[in-house]
Design a protein around this ligand. Structure first.
Ligand code: SAM
Ligand code: ZN
Length: 282
């Protein structure tokens, strides 16, 4: 018989009404809707109807890119360190868009929850609790998380047009504010576009989405656009928002397309700059 992971009953909620759930070894039943809202499959709490995800077949190839020294230097080394610094004793940490692997070391007394809509990715992850779901509708109880981290996932939350994409990210931040405990922290790492390129993307994204379909699975933001979405979604609940830019040598080579790890360019040729967005709840 499978055992229920520690603390799960304090964290898992109905994805629709956010009520608490009754857990068995194989399913979660909403105490309000009385419906089965999550199934426990291969160690993952799979919520709702989850379709196939682009990342199901990509995460293995992407691992080659992650081990590249340039990728580590530009996108992960300092970022991971800042997560490690902020995980406190007994913290409940939610990694949104966790993929197949956590990118930071944790503490033995922390509870790490990995959440990702790609079932194949999250099933590979070693987080203590694994949930297959989208950031836009999280099956997590109100005020139950001390730290939310999100490494390079927001730009994958896409809709049908520019407004639809921004709305997905707005939903994600609204969810972050809902599930965060008082004094809890949100640390989002993203790659951002300079404003002129963001404006070009804004008017052309829908055309490329119509032409390429679901292959057009990324939508990037300028720093100010991301800041505005985060503030709009979390208005009145946060004490501050801090943005950190991560600079690195313009001649650092790295693979810009994670699924093509052998193709490398110097950072100066990439329009995308990594930032951290740090919010703390009141
Ligand atoms: C570039 S990968 C990053 C994975 C991991 N965070 C890392 O840095 O190694 C982006 C991840 O975002 C996830 N993702 C896509 N849409 C999402 C959504 N709506 N909610 C949460 N995660 C999402 C993907 O499945 C994928 O695992
Ligand atoms: Zn419910």
């Amino acid at each position: 018989m499978k055992s229920t992971p520690t603390g799960l009953h304090d964290i898992l909620a109905c994805p629709k009404c956010k009520s608490s759930v009754t857990l068995t070894d194989v399913e979660a039943i909403c105490t309000s809707c009385a419906q089965t809202v999550a199934l426990f499959e291969n160690g993952v709490w799979a919520c709702g109807r989850i379709g196939r995800s682009y990342f199901d077949s990509r995460f293995e190839t992407m691992e080659d890119s992650y081990s590249n020294a340039g990728v580590q230097e530009i996108f992960y080394r300092r970022q991971s360190h800042s997560v490690q610094q902020i995980i406190g004793p007994g913290s409940v940490v939610l990694d949104v868009g966790c993929g197949a692997r956590m990118r930071y070391a944790s503490r033995p007394d922390a509870t790490i929850i990995g959440l990702d809509p790609s079932f194949a990715s999250v099933a590979q992850n070693t987080a203590g609790i694994r949930i297959c779901a989208s950031a836009a509708e999280m099956p997590i109880q109100d005020s139950s998380i001390d730290l939310i981290v999100c490494f390079y996932s927001l730009h994958h939350m896409v809709g049908l047009d520019h407004e639809g994409c921004s709305e997905q990210v707005l939903h994600a931040f609204t969810e972050f504010a809902r599930i965060l405990r008082p004094r809890g922290n949100i640390l989002v790492f993203e790659v951002t576009l300079p404003t002129p390129l963001y404006l070009i993307e804004m008017v052309s994204w829908k055309f490329f989405r119509s032409a390429l379909g679901s292959r057009m699975d990324m939508h990037f933001y300028s720093i100010s656009a991301l800041r505005e979405i985060a503030l709009r979604a979390t208005r009145g609940t946060m004490v501050g928002l801090k943005i950190t830019r991560f600079s690195s040598s313009p001649f650092r080579f790295f693979p810009p397309i994670l699924s093509i790890p052998r193709f490398r360019i110097p950072r100066i040729l990439s329009p995308l700059s990594p930032i951290a967005l740090h919010l703390q709840r009141d």
